[in-house]
Design a protein around this ligand. Structure first.
Ligand code: ADP
Ligand code: MG
Length: 399
C-alpha cells in the first residue's frame, strides 16, 4: 500500500497536526514511567521542527471514556517531551474549541503545542465528522505517526483526513515498511514464531501467514489446544476446548499449503501457574494429570533455534510460555536470544513479546520492534488498518 510520506509534503511555516501514540504508562506520582513511545516519534517531531513547521501534537492517553479526567491528562507527557527536546511544549487545555484555537493562534515556526487528550471527547472514538473537522481547523496539514492506534478508525486517526491533506510520519512509515517487506517480499526462508496464551487470539494471524511463510513455530499456551486437537491429554493446561476444530483445520491448511508447522516436543509443567510452583519437564505425550504446561522445554528450544538460525526473515508474536515467572521464561529467553543472533530481518510485535525482548536488553539486536501491539497483530492478520488507509486515500501535492 502506498502512503504519502511527510518527506513529500511542504510543511515549512505550516501548522502541522501531528497525531502520535503517546499512550505511555504513568507511575503512582503520575510521571511517565516508560517513554519508549515518545522517543519513537522524536525523528518526526525533530524533522518538522527543522523544516520550520508549527507542530501541533495530538494523542490519546488511557480510556477516559469521553470525559475530562485529570488522571488522563497529557501534562506529564508534555513535560517529558519538553525534557527530551529541550525546548518548550505548551499544553492546550482542550483539543478543540476556543482553548485549542487560542493555544495555536500566534504559533511561530518551531513552536510546539500539545493538545489535551483527544479521548476527553467521546466523538473521537466515534469518528464523528464534525469533531474531526474541528480538529482539522487547527492546522494546514496532517501527519500521522501513531502506528499503535492505526487499527482504530477514530477522528484523529482517520476522519481528520477528510478535511486535511495527510501523510505518514517516519515511525508510521518504518512500521509499514518492515511489516510489508516481511509479508510481501521477504527473503526466504520466512519463519513465523507464534505464541501467547490462546489460539483464538492468533487464529487470524495463522490463517494469513499460512500461504506466505515457509515455517511456523508454535509455542505458549496456544500449543496446548493443538495438542488436544491431536488427542493428547494436557492435564490442567490452558486449553480452548471449543477451538479444537479450528486448531485441526489450521494444521490441515498448513499441510495443504506445504508450510512446515512445528509444535513443541517437550514442555515445562507446573503444579500451579505461580512463582515457586513445583515444576518438571516432560515429553508432550507424557503430560501428568493435574499439571499445567507453562513453557516449551529445552529440546523444543534447540529444535526451534535451528530453524531460526536458517531463516532469512523472522516474524515473532507471542511468548513461548508464562515468561513473567522466571522459572517459566527459559523457553522465551532462548528464542529471544536465537532471534537476536539470527542473520535475518527480524520483526517482533505484540505487547508481551516486546516486553520479553526488552527485559533481556535485546531490543537493539532486532531489526524492528513494533510499537503497536494490537495494530501489528491486525497487520499480521492481513487487515487493512484504517489509520494507514486514510493516508493512502488522499495523496497530497508533491513539493
Ligand atoms: P503478545 O502480547 O506478545 O501478543 P499474548 O498477549 O498473545 O502475547 O500472550 C502473552 C501471554 O500469554 C503472557 O502473559 C503469558 O503469560 C501467556 N502464556 C504464555 N504461555 C502460556 C501458557 N502455557 N499457559 C498460560 N498462559 C501462557
Ligand atoms: Mg498481549
Amino acid at each position: 500500500m502506498e502512503v504519502s510520506s511527510v518527506k513529500d509534503i511542504d510543511v515549512r511555516g505550516k501548522r502541522v497536526f501531528l497525531r502520535v501514540d503517546f499512550n505511555t504508562p504513568l507511575d503512582e506520582q503520575n510521571n511517565v514511567s516508560d517513554d519508549t513511545k515518545i522517543r519513537a516519534s522524536l525523528p518526526t517531531i525533530n524533522y518538522l521542527l527543522e523544516q520550520g513547521a508549527k507542530v501541533i501534537i495530538a494523542s490519546h492517553l488511557g480510556r477516559p471514556k469521553g470525559q475530562f479526567k485529570p488522571e488522563f491528562s497529557l501534562k506529564p507527557v508534555a513535560e517529558r517531551l519538553m525534557q527530551l527536546l529541550n525546548r518548550p511544549v505548551k499544553l492546550a487545555e482542550d483539543c478543540i474549541g476556543e482553548k485549542a484555537l487560542k493555544a495555536v493562534a500566534g504559533m511561530q515556526p518551531g513552536d510546539i503545542v500539545m493538545l489535551e487528550n483527544v479521548r476527553f471527547h467521546e466523538e473521537e472514538t466515534k469518528n464523528d465528522p464534525s469533531f474531526a473537522r474541528q480538529l482539522a481547523q487547527l492546522a494546514d496539514v496532517y501527519v500521522n505517526d501513531a502506528f499503535g492506534t492505526a487499527h482504530r478508525a477514530h477522528a484523529s486517526t482517520a476522519g481528520i483526513t477528510e478535511y486535511l491533506p495527510g501523510a505518514a510520519g517516519f515511525l508510521m512509515e518504518k512500521e509499514i515498511n518492515y511489516m510489508s517487506k516481511a509479508l510481501e517480499s521477504p527473503e526466504r526462508p520466512l519463519l513465523a514464531i507464534i505464541g501467547g496464551s490462546k489460539v483464538s487470539d492468533k487464529i487470524l494471524v495463522l490463517e494469513n501467514l499460512i500461504g506466505k511463510v515457509d515455517t511456523i513455530l508454535i509455542g505458549g499456551g496456544m500449543a496446548n489446544t493443538f495438542f488436544r486437537a491431536m488427542g493428547y491429554s494436557m492435564g490442567n493446561s490452558l486449553v480452548e476446548e471449543d477451538k479444537l476444530d479450528v486448531a485441526k483445520n489450521t494444521m490441515d491448511k498448513a499441510r495443504a499449503a506445504g508450510v512446515k508447522f512445528m509444535l513443541p516436543v517437550d514442555l515445562m509443567m507446573a503444579d500451579k501457574i505461580e512463582k515457586n510452583a513445583r515444576h518438571q519437564l516432560v515429553p508432550v505425550d507424557k503430560v501428568p494429570d493435574g499439571w499445567a504446561a507453562v513453557d516449551i522445554g529445552p529440546k523444543t528450544a534447540e529444535l526451534y533455534g535451528r530453524e531460526i538460525a536458517r531463516a532469512k526473515t523472522i516474524i515473532w508474536n507471542g511468548p513461548m510460555g508464562v515468561f513473567e515467572i522466571d522459572d517459566f521464561a527459559k523457553g522465551t529467553n532462548y528464542i529471544a536470544h536465537a532471534v537476536a543472533e539470527a542473520d535475518a530481518l527480524t520483526i517482533v510485535g505484540g505487547g508481551q513479546s516486546v516486553q520479553a525482548i526488552r527485559k533481556l536488553g535485546l531490543t537493539d539486536r532486532i531489526s524492528h520492534v513494533s510499537t503497536g501491539g494490537g495494530a501489528s497483530l491486525e497487520f499480521l492478520e492481513g487487515k487493512e488498518l484504517p489509520g494507514i488507509k486514510a493516508l493512502e486515500k488522499k495523496p497530497v501535492a508533491v513539493k
